[in-house]
Design a binder for this molecule. Sequence first.
Ligand code: URA
Length: 243
Amino acid sequence: MSQELPADEGERLQKVMARIGLGSRRVSENLIAAGRVRVNGVEAVLGARVRPESDEIEVDGIVYSALPDTVTYLLNKPEGVVTTANDPQGRPTVVQMVPSDPRVFSVGRLDLDTEGLLLMTNDGTLAHRLTHPSFGIEKEYLVHVSGTPSRAALRMLREGVELDDGITAPAEAAALGPGLIRLTIHEGRNRQVRRMCEAVGNDVIRLVRTRIGPLVDQKLKPGRWRLLDQEELLRLQQAVQPG
Ligand code: URA
């Protein structure tokens, strides 16, 4: 068990906790002493050493990823940029918009014409959880549509729309003005928002993702990226807890 790692292996638990952003080493020690920290399901003791790449660190029942060299960027993807690492047609890619070292990949994808927030990371666990439907992470979109959606259209968007790959899960849909909807979904099917809106009679003219789970940023300009701060990383990890 990792709590019995020899002194020259792994890292001190409180150091890893401080890096995750759970608090200073002193705060982390207090959490350990209070019995609020578990490693691989077992209550941790002061002085424990862990292997961040394989051990599961849990505080108050929430599991945190503690990989030492992970980075997560929030990118405001402009229109006309593809969400792949390489594009055979030579179009600009989201990977080219963020630092190349360490290599990161996008968390899910946005269509060529979709703008807005996209996460890029090298943390496979976080990416998996953020995209897997069982975690149900909310994604919010500003949708500019043709015409003004009727009340019936909004109701259909909320209750579920019959698409060729099945009915959509309940969503939040609010009319913000003529031809403008805010739509919040927690699935990630291909071209889902476009297909949902088309199915209720309003083609999408412009699509912008404005929120991913707890993450918003109205100041980040198209084409710009930034690292998530500790607080955002913690909130993101809290948002993707199993069960
Ligand atoms: N839904 C879409 O239709 N396109 C996107 O890029 C994202 C969600």
